[in-house]
Design a binder for this molecule. Structure first.
Ligand code: GRF
Length: 200
């Protein structure tokens, strides 16, 4: 391992399908050789997150930091920062990490923390994006990869994927169509981002 390897730390809370897509792509495309980048660890705030076992099966180290063990959001974020920084990450990837982050934490990773949000931002920040897109009569929906800033689901947009909203869509069918595109877009957007980064 060279010292300049760009470590990626992925944060999850649940299913981890975007995490899985990212790890698989990194392995299949040999990012370590091609980009000098590797997924160093997956960290979950939920001990029962399904993605933990998936990451382990793909040979990636996992860590759990249960937010319920902390008295405050600030205390949790401080401990999480320590855990993440042990990997000296070039990039922190939020992949279904269902936590509001404190301003100090966000500032610490400014310009090197990305998120994927299941809407065509700036439309439909927050939760229940697919139902809201259907209710609004949108003909198109999608997902957005963006840099994380202190305003929820704002920050520079790095990539977007668009899908049609079909007349008989439910939130579930639309979510599945969007998620399939997320799995293609997120690894590609991260790859593009890493290529732009100066060596660590
Ligand atoms: C995705 O819909 C993503 O856009 C959002 O959270 C969900 C994560 O799903 N941020 P998964 O855990 O990657 O399967």
């Amino acid at each position: 391992m060279t010292e300049s390897v760009k470590n990626i730390v992925i944060l999850i809370s649940g299913a981890g399908s975007n995490m899985t897509a990212l790890i698989r792509t990194a392995q299949q495309e040999q990012w370590e050789v091609q980009l000098g980048a590797r997924v160093a660890a997956v960290i979950s705030n939920q001990p029962g997150a399904e993605g933990l076992a998936l990451a382990q099966a793909l040979g990636v180290a996992t860590q759990v930091l249960d937010h319920k063990d902390f008295e405050s959001r600030a205390a949790f974020d401080a401990a999480l920062q320590t855990l993440i920084d042990a990997h000296q990450p070039a990039l922190v990837v939020l992949a279904g990490f269902m936590r509001i982050l404190t301003p100090g934490f966000v500032a610490h990773y400014a310009g090197r923390m990305v998120n994927i949000h299941p809407s065509l931002l700036p439309a439909f920040t927050g939760l229940n994006t697919h139902q809201r897109a259907i209710d609004a009569g949108s003909t198109e929906a999608g997902a957005t990869v963006h840099l994380v800033t202190n305003e929820l689901d704002h920050g520079q947009i790095l990539a977007q994927a668009v899908v049609p909203v079909l007349p008989d869509d439910s939130a579930k069918t639309l979510a599945a169509r969007v998620l399939a595109q997320e799995h293609l877009m997120y690894p590609q957007a991260i790859k593009d981002f890493l290529r732009e980064l100066k060596p660590a």
